[in-house]
Design a binder for this molecule. Sequence first.
Ligand SMILES: Cc1cc2nc3c(=O)[nH]c(=O)nc-3n(C[C@H](O)[C@H](O)[C@H](O)COP(=O)(O)O)c2cc1C
Length: 305
Amino acid sequence: MVNTSTTLAGLRLRSPTVLASGILDETGSAMHRAARSGAGAVVTKSIGAKPRVGYANPSCIELDGVGVLNAVGLPNPGVENVAQELWAAARGGVPVIASVFGGTPEEFSEVGGMMAGYGAQAIELNLSCPHAKGYGTEIGTDPALVTEVVRAVKQRVRLPVFAKLAPNVPDIAGLAKAAVAAGADGITAINTVKAMAIDVRAGRPILANRVGGLSGRAIKPVGLRAVYEIAQEVDAPIMGVGGVYTGEDALEYIMAGASAVQVGSAVMERGWDVFAKIDSELKALLDECGYPSVEAARRVAVTAK
Ligand SMILES: Cc1cc2nc3c(=O)[nH]c(=O)nc-3n(C[C@H](O)[C@H](O)[C@H](O)COP(=O)(O)O)c2cc1C
């Protein structure tokens, strides 16, 4: 029987499918539901030091056949108000990974430390939001700042730390190397791709913020390329994310070097059962291709002659 359980920087996942940050994960009960539906782990919505309202609507639109375009603007209740949600999420029985954002290394480490105190089992650093001024890619594109953020958080928490990187950079593997050299235990790649849509009848951008991030099917090739490049440069575990809808998408990421995959936009299309569906499709495909486990298929495309 094919085994899809996987290990990520010491975290044991019964399934390699993980709920991605920002997708129906603002509350503990929603994260609990993802766990009940088969997710191997859940990542919280990104949380910052202070409450943030986010951007005006329209902030999230579906582009037919392409994906989802969003500029929600990191809305969140602030770290002081999320303890209950983290405790409720933990009742799902799968690892809860706290996504953290900040404007400075100190802010990242302060919020990360508080999330660890609420029972998070790992921290994911959002170094990659493409549309929030002063956060995300404004920090995650500079290897020196990435180094400072990772160091500050690792000094504060004893948990595995994943650096979530953006594809909107010339050298994503270089950033991954900087993060791992600074102490990151793993890499998450990718966040959304900077993008926009225009309403030609109104003659204006559709999103209130004008520019946002594209997720979904259209970005899978971008995510795969990023994971493949990172897997050549770093040994740390990678969570692949971007356009995973099926077991075949998951196996592509695994063959590119990922140990697990995060699922975001597909939850909106295939529903909560998406985790169990991807896992059983992955099992069937691994079996068909002659791989007994996720580990056996990992990196095969990286080492292919
Ligand atoms: C509405 C929405 C909100 C998101 N919010 C966050 C967030 O708070 N933090 C983060 O790191 N990524 C966030 N993301 C990015 C996702 O975690 C993921 O990296 C991206 O959607 C690509 O995966 P997908 O193609 O499976 O959706 C968000 C994505 C969407 C669509």
